[in-house]
Design a protein around this ligand. Sequence first.
Ligand code: BT5
Length: 247
Amino acid sequence: MRVEPLLTGRLGRPYLWRATCASTQALLDDPALPEGAVAVAEAQTQGRGRLGRTWEAPAGAALLCSVLLRPPAGRRLGELSLVGGLATARAVDHVARVRSGIKWPNDVLLDGAKVAGVLAEGRNGAVVLGIGVNVGQAAADLPADARTRPGSLLTATGLEHDRASVLARLLVELEAGYETWLADGLEPLVPELAARDVLLGVEVQLGDAVGRAAGIAPDGRLILLVGSETRLVESGEVSVRAPAAPA
Ligand code: BT5
């Protein structure tokens, strides 16, 4: 993918491209690499999702990228997955001329279908943010057994979109969101996360309890109403019972 001429910001240097690799996350597993390093592959043999799950995409159809961030010590690094999800949603919207939703914590949805996923992995204080965007997959190329119905920019819009443009915009949006987060934390980004929240009002499961999602707290946690009780939930703890409303 020819993107280097499009990379004008702080993210994307160095830019590591591979035709195939195990996971773009692993390409950034190098203490010598600076913040802003980006890895992109046409295909992954061991693409990773969250919580040990796998990410599947046929060669050349999806944007598969990882970004290395080195935030200052003492910050809540988990928040960066929300920063990444928001940047991804914005980039998808810009390139495909759509309005995407975010299924907390970090799935990007179009018309209820998951078109992108974000994975934040911590490495000795650094964070490798992995982002997969389904760009050109036809319906038959998407995983049949996915937890959330999958989609791509092609299936959602009926149009081909340029992966390099998605990446270039994603890095611009991620840099902006990261700078905001560095300066002021997650709070300034929460209104937009809330506006894109497709879980609002949806029944979700937390352990044995079932509750109704009631928005995103200023610190990025999901607000859950369980009976008359309000709980704040960290990512990774909830699963959706009813299908999310269309984005
Ligand atoms: C995610 O995990 O959504 C994070 C995905 C991050 C992938 C990127 S690609 C570049 C970088 N390098 C990596 O190795 N990973 C990152 P999670 O929420 O756990 O979703 C995973 C689940 O989504 C799987 O268990 C499947 O059900 C489903 N799935 C797998 N591939 C998919 C796809 N291409 N589109 C939609 N859903 C998919």
